[in-house]
Ligand binder design. Structure first.
Ligand code: NAP
Ligand code: MG
Length: 403
């Protein structure tokens, strides 16, 4: 069988610890035997970030914008303990934050659904993808703890009294956002909804926050009317705004299958709820979409340090590589779609199906073994590498059946 050719490279960002080990195996066992892989490689390991004074992270993000598609391995965000562990020159920021800032993107978190792992909300049959606005609001708020006095909000010449504390102690906070950032967020959401052929919901609290949240609602609506209404109609999908409390109630009653766009804080909180309800962090992917239409794919989990310590000690591990594999297949699919490479798209889809049917037939890693339940199917817990080999075997079988 001839390997599938790639006409345009994707940006490959290697990472740390257990996910770096999985990264190599996913490529060796599931991708390189079938695809003549073309990547521009950036080593984002903590050692190389330190060596390059974090320049490599910036170059990788710029390459994502240039080539349009990137795939990233999980990476260590250093804290004081890591500073000591690796003898770092300084505490580097989270690579994800650096990449997000350069790509000006929005993060979409999507669960991978598999038969046998039932969401805690039984009505949910399809993924619920959370789009979180990752700029401003309470994350960039200015706060004061006061002993009393009159609080005033001022910008330029405009001034408003917030509250007269008198002699009472209290607290106050000022939040901001910019039309530009909200607009980029909206564009990323509309673009992603079109690429996924999925309805888009946006919710905030504009009835209470008549200027702040209302501006979000207006910007979304204006961009939708001007640029996306027709495309959504042609695609057969819908955009609507609803109050956040109404959205929460609808989400619980829904069967899933939509993108839920949320302001920064709401997205932070709701994404953890939705991820937990869908089962396992190891079955959650994350896609960063820039308003210019560049995509960066990754697993939502971290470098799985606890498993890596066992691996280093020569012990066997059972680490789930599904989200890492889906980051790769997501990137290859996107690259195939934009560059009219149908064989690459088909490969990615077939490989995803092979991974899911491997689990559905009872072969899985330890994190899923305890959650899996399907009539008449015996669960076999596999090691990290064995699980990838089982997927490869199934991919070969399914492909042979097709021929
Ligand atoms: P983590 O790597 O996500 O792992 C937390 C725990 O979740 C693991 O110990 C494991 O539980 C379970 N788990 C996560 N992924 C799994 C998988 N693929 N298969 C099986 N189990 C899985 O989070 P962390 O331990 O808090 O963070 C480790 C490092 O990752 C940190 O240095 C952090 O900075 C970094 N991090 C990076 C990213 C990113 O690059 N996007 C995101 C988050 C964290 P059990 O141990 O119970 O089996
Ligand atoms: Mg959170």
């Amino acid at each position: 069988m001839e390997k599938i050719k790639m006409n345009v490279p994707i940006v490959e960002m290697d990472g740390d610890e257990m996910t770096r080990v999985l990264w190599k195996w996913v490529k060796e066992i599931l991708i390189e035997p079938y695809v003549d892989l073309s990547t521009e490689y950036y080593d984002l390991s903590i050692q190389n970030r330190d060596k390059t004074d974090d320049e490599v992270t910036k170059l990788a993000a710029e390459a994502c914008l240039k080539y349009g598609v990137g795939v990233k391995c999980a990476t260590i965000t250093p804290n004081s303990q890591r500073l000591e562990e690796f003898g770092l020159k300084r505490l580097y920021p989270s690579p994800n934050a650096t990449i997000r800032a350069i790509m000006d993107g929005t993060v979409f978190r999507a669960p991978i659904i598999v038969k046998g792992i039932t969401p805690l909300v039984p009505a949910w049959k399809k993924p619920i993808v959370i789009a979180r606005h990752a700029y401003g609001d309470v994350y960039k708020a200015v706060e004061i703890g006061t002993e009393g006095g009159i609080a005033v909000l001022q910008c330029g010449d405009e001034k408003k009294e917030v509250f007269d504390f008198g002699n009472e102690k209290g607290i106050l906070q000022a939040q901001h956002n910019t039309d530009k950032s909200i607009g980029s967020f909206a564009v990323s959401c509309f673009e992603y909804a079109l690429s996924q052929k999925c309805d888009l919901w946006f919710s905030a609290k504009d009835t209470i926050s008549k200027v702040y949240d209302h501006r979000f609602k207006d910007i979304f609506q204006e961009i939708f009317e001007k640029k996306y209404k027709k495309a959504f109609e042609d695609c057969g999908i819908e955009y609507f705004y609803t109050l956040i409390d109404d959205a929460v109630a609808r989400v619980m009653r829904s069967e899933g299958g939509f993108i839920w766009a949320l302001k920064n804080y709401d997205g932070d909180v709701m994404s953890d709820m939705v991820a937990t309800a869908f089962g396992s962090l190891a079955m959650m992917t994350s896609v960063l979409v820039s308003p210019s239409g560049a995509y960066e794919f990754e697993a939502a989990h971290g470098t799985v340090t606890r498993h890596f310590r066992k691996y280093q000690a020569g012990e066997s591990t059972s680490t789930n590589s599904v989200a890492t594999l889906f980051a790769w297949t997501g990137a290859l699919k996107k690259c195939g779609e934009t560059n009219k490479n149908a064989a690459l798209v088909k490969f990615a889809q077939d490989m995803e199906r092979a991974a899911l049917s491997t689990i559905e037939s009872g072969e899985m890693t330890g994190d899923l073994a305890g959650l899996f339940c399907a009539d008449g199917i015996q669960v076999t817990k596999l090691g990290s590498k064995e699980f990838l080999q089982a997927i490869a075997k199934r991919y070969e079988v399914e492909r042979a059946a097709e021929e």
